[in-house]
Design a protein. Structure first.
Length: 101
């Protein structure tokens, strides 16, 4: 699997730094990609956060979100992919800075 980072050059919505895609290179998912991940600046200004693909829906006029990628047993299973996406973003951002220098 590789992680592709797509910069949010438009700056809209505010705080969104980039989109991330998971490209599968081996196994039964080879040749497919999973989209819908995003890298955001934290509102507190320290660090970054990753959001996962989700579908929005309404219940009694209230907007809710249904996560499309969820753990089967271990509730911390998402931490691994979150960390990999953040590492890929850091490498991408570092390469962008070097390219403009």
């Amino acid at each position: 699997m590789t992680i592709k980072i797509v910069a949010n050059d438009k700056g809209n919505p505010p705080g969104k730094l980039a989109d991330a895609e998971l490209h599968f290179t081996d196994g039964p998912l080879a040749g497919l990609k999973l989209i819908g991940f995003a890298v955001w600046e934290r509102r507190t200004g320290t660090g970054r956060n990753v959001t996962f693909p989700a579908r929005q829906y309404s219940v009694n006029g209230e907007r809710r979100s249904f996560a499309l990628l969820r753990p089967t047993v271990d509730s911390t299973a998402q931490n691994g992919i979150r960390d990999l996406i953040l590492e890929a973003y850091e490498a991408f951002a570092g390469a962008q800075i070097e390219a403009t220098a």
